[in-house]
Ligand binder design. Structure first.
Ligand code: C2E
Ligand code: MG
Ligand code: MG
Length: 819
């Protein structure tokens, strides 16, 4: 409303201003138009009069000529009439009659008369200058030297009638010369010429008089008149007759202006307007200020002018101005009134609209604030979700990292330790496999709750992913505090957990890292705890392991191992060696065990045990396994072709290699491609593959046997060594682990076990191979036990193929000698 009031005020102010401006402009243009039309009117009047005068003046000579001709013709007709009527008279008498008749005739206000000369120039009659009558004026010259009488006589003689012009002084004005127009006619009876003449000036004066009289009588509008004065300021025509003829060149008006002189000067300079106070004040007016237009007629020395008295004009203009002002005022009032009413109406409408909009706005505001609340809660929820694990509702990784960061800063302030504990459930996969993922999830939730219940206010447990949980314990006084806490975490699993009626016993492994010694930032501490956990799990499940440098080194080594192994085949770093297996009774080489070797420029010689473990871990085992089978078959069949006495070839197959779906087909393909007899091949498997995947492995072994391969149970005695394997599985051979052979001579139990294994072998028609025979005593002992085959440094170390061939050659020789 305030804005509207301001707006309306401004609009009204602008309107008033504009009104004032247009009023001033209207009045200005009215004044200008009026004055300009007045000026035009008086100017036209004066120019009209001047034109009239000019035309009268133009007619002067014509009139004069007509007049003198008419007069002379009248005189001639008088003379002719008299001559005709007085024929009887003597010439002298007749001349007398004629002269008497013409002498008294006067015309043009008495100025005009007839003169008569004979053609010799003798004056016959001159009613004014009688003394020249009878005189010969043949040689008379006018004031300008022209022979006037001679010229007139010649004209009459030659043309009978003619005009003539000459300059003649006026009798009353001495030494003056005036233009005179005359007319002469030849009167033949007496050879006279009769003439008359008239001063042009006289005729002009007549016309001037007539014009002045007419102009004096001329009046227009109320006070309008034309005035005429000469250049000396004497008025010739003016309504105030007292001013006529008075030379007033120095006359001044009431402001001291020499207005008469200015009027004359303006007229002489081409004409124009002059403003002054006239001496003559028209009746009924108090003010004599006047605007006149004047022009100058130089021939007659006339200044002709007329003017308007400004008082009435100003009065008229004032009236008109007052009318315009009043009209404008009325219009303005109407506009202001309309504006005010409009503003009021607008104000009311805007109030109503404002009210309605306000109501809507308030509704919208309520709606918006409710939306905002929802948004806020959604945001909180999102924030919660962003920082919490959806399954266990424990903080997640992001939350954990932030928490550890704060814990580090707190510990650095009070010089305490922060422990980060990476906890992983042991064999959680088995729970999932056995009971399903839903039970697995619920187990995780319950474990999470138990973990959470352990914590004090400034401690945190988060679910890191899968079955991994990470704890953070800030402000610990010593490492033993951390050890105590770790132990308490493990204790949680001492009581069984029941999920949906199923009792699950579980355990966990823990990797611990400590701030500041193991790392200075959350990521580092988590990584170190993870490394410790990984190592702990690799060693043995269900343990707590604190991170230290050896772990780090181990991890680094593992990383290098992995990296180098990935390029080992490509870089041709892998090769095979072959260890002979000797028939103990004959000392003859019966077969060889293919053993893998890896020499890496960075790691040196790497044990096949490490290599195979890593290859299994990173999934390279299949590629490497194929390399082993192909290389061994290729090498052996080449060095020792198929045949009756061909060497057997034992190939170690790792568990994951064995259970791979395509193992048998790959093996068959290679065997076929390398064209080695299947009967020469023994597949060596270890006990642990039987423990872990017995159900999967059994049919594979059966198929292998069906395809003609022999199967050997390697490292027998080191694992669970279940005798049931030997009975139920299609095994051809048992390899006694070298640890028993090693202790055989000093340990009764080992010796007994070896004898038992040999006996079982015999009972099941299996070959028994003793590994790791290093001494002849061991050899003899095993021979005494009736062990079938022996393998060990006593006979030969694993050999390159060429060395093997040399060995074989010397073995044949030796065995022949022995025989
Ligand atoms: P293994 O199959 O039991 O192989 C016998 C191991 O005993 C070989 O160790 C051999 O060098 C060693 N040995 C033989 N005679 C003696 C002896 O008189 N004294 C001592 N101290 N050791 C003896 P190696 O070559 O280091 O192999 C270790 C294990 O690595 C093997 O045990 C086998 O399990 C595995 N392995 C080796 N090559 C391969 C392979 O190509 N594939 C698979 N899957 N595993 C292999
Ligand atoms: Mg072996
Ligand atoms: Mg072995």
């Amino acid at each position: 409303m305030v804005l509207m009031a301001i707006f309306i005020t401004v609009v009204i102010a602008i309107l008033i201003n504009q009104n004032h401006y247009s009023l001033t402009k209207d009045i200005g243009s009215l004044r200008e138009n009026f004055y300009s039309s007045e000026r035009k009117s008086i100017q036209n009047r004066v120019i009209n009069v001047a034109e009239q005068i000019e035309s009268e003046k133009q007619r002067t000579e014509t009139l004069l000529q007509e007049d003198v001709k008419q007069r002379v013709n009248e005189a001639l007709s008088i003379a002719n009439n008299l001559y005709k009527t007085h024929q009887g008279e003597s010439p002298e008498r007749l001349k007398q009659i004629l002269l008497e008749a013409l002498r008294p005739i006067r015309f043009n206000q008495g100025r005009g008369y007839y003169f008569i000369y004979d053609l010799d120039g003798t004056n016959i009659m001159h009613p004014i200058l009688t003394h020249i009558e009878g005189k010969n004026l043949w040689d008379l010259q006018d004031v300008r030297g022209s022979y006037v009488i001679r010229d007139l006589a010649n004209l009459a003689k030659n043309s009978q009638q003619a005009y003539h012009r000459w300059w003649w002084s006026k009798p009353e004005i001495l030494n003056s010369e005036f233009d005179k127009i005359g007319y002469v006619a030849h009167f033949e009876p007496f050879n006279w010429f009769i003439g008359t003449g008239e001063y042009v000036v006289d005729v002009e004066q007549d016309i001037q008089r007539r014009l002045i009289a007419r102009i004096s009588d001329y009046q227009y509008e109320d006070d309008g008149y034309i005035f005429i004065m000469n250049s000396k300021g004497a008025l010739l025509s003016h309504p105030n007759s007292s001013l006529i003829g008075v030379e007033r060149l120095d006359a001044v008006d009431k402001t001291g202006k020499k207005y008469v002189k200015e009027l004359i000067d303006t007229a002489k300079n081409g004409g124009g307007f002059v403003r002054y106070h006239s001496l003559y004040t028209p009746t009924g007016s108090s003010d004599s200020s006047k605007l006149s237009f004047v022009i100058y007629l130089p021939d007659w020395d006339w200044v002709i002018g007329t003017g308007v008295y400004l008082r009435p004009v100003e009065d008229f203009l004032s009236d008109r101005e007052a009318q315009i002002t009043e009209r404008n005022q009325r219009e303005l009032e109407q506009v202001i009134l309309a504006s005010v009413f409009g503003a009021l109406a607008l104000g009311i409408i805007s109030l109503m609209i404002g009210n309605a909009v306000g109501k809507r706005f308030r509704r919208l505001k309520t709606q918006i604030s409710s939306d905002f609340r929802q948004l806020e809660s959604a945001k909180d929820q999102l924030q919660y979700q962003a920082l919490h694990d959806s399954l266990t509702s424990l903080p997640n990784r992001a939350y954990l990292i932030d928490f550890i960061r704060q814990a580090i800063s707190s510990s650095s302030q009070d010089n305490t330790l922060t422990a980060v504990m990476f906890v992983d459930l042991d064999d959680f996969k088995k729970v999932n496999d056995a009971f399903g993922h839903s039970i697995g999830d619920k187990l995780l939730t319950q474990v999470g709750q138990r973990f959470d219940a352990l914590l004090r206010s400034n401690q945190l447990v988060s679910r890191f992913g899968g079955d991994e949980f990470v704890f953070c314990f800030p402000n610990l006084g010593s490492v033993s505090d951390a050890e105590r806490i770790a132990a308490s975490i493990r204790e949680i699993f001492q009581s069984e957990i029941e999920v949906e009626g199923k009792v699950i016993s579980s355990s966990c492994s823990i990797g611990v890292s400590l701030y500041p010694q193991d790392g200075l930032n959350p990521e580092d501490l988590i990584a170190k705890a993870d490394t410790a956990l990984y190592t702990s799990k690799a060693r043995r499940k269900g343990k707590v392991l604190f991170f230290d440098e050896s772990i780090n080194k181990r991890v680094q080594y593992e990383l290098t191992l992995e990296k180098q192994l990935r390029c080992a085949i490509k870089n041709d770093e892998l090769y095979m060696v072959y260890q002979p297996q000797i028939e103990l009774c004959s000392g003859k080489i019966e077969s060889v065990e293919a053993l893998l070797r890896w020499h890496n420029p960075e790691l040196g010689h790497v044990s096949p045990v490490e290599l195979i473990r890593k290859a299994e871990e990173i999934g390279l085992i299949h590629e490497i396994g194929q390399f082993v089978i192909r290389t061994a078959c290729q090498t052996i069949v080449k060095a020792c072709p198929n045949g009756d006495n061909a060497l057997g070839l034992s190939i170690n197959i790792s568990p994951s290699q064995l259970i791979a779906k395509d193992f048998l087909s790959v093996l068959n393909t290679i065997i076929d491609e390398e064209k080695i007899d299947r009967q020469r091949i023994t597949i060596e498997i270890t006990e642990n593959v039987l423990i872990d995947d017995l159900e999967i492995v059994t049919p594979i072994l059966t198929q292998l046997r069906e395809h003609g391969f022999a199967i050997s149970l390697d490292d027998f005695g080191t694992g669970f060594s279940s005798l049931s394997y030997l009975c139920n599985l299609p095994i051809n051979e048992i390899k006694i682990d070298r640890s028993f052979v090693d202790k055989m001579l000093i340990n009764e139990q080992s010796d007994a076990l070896i004898r038992a294994i040999i006996a079982i072998g015999k009972a099941h028609s299996m070959k028994v191979v003793a590994e790791g025979i290093e001494t002849n005593e061991q050899n003899q002992h095993l021979l005494a036990h009736d062990c079938h085959l022996g393998q060990g440094y006593f006979y030969a170390k694993p050999l390159l193929i060429d060395d093997l061939m040399d060995f074989k050659q010397s073995n044949i020789t030796t065995s022949c000698i022995n025989k």
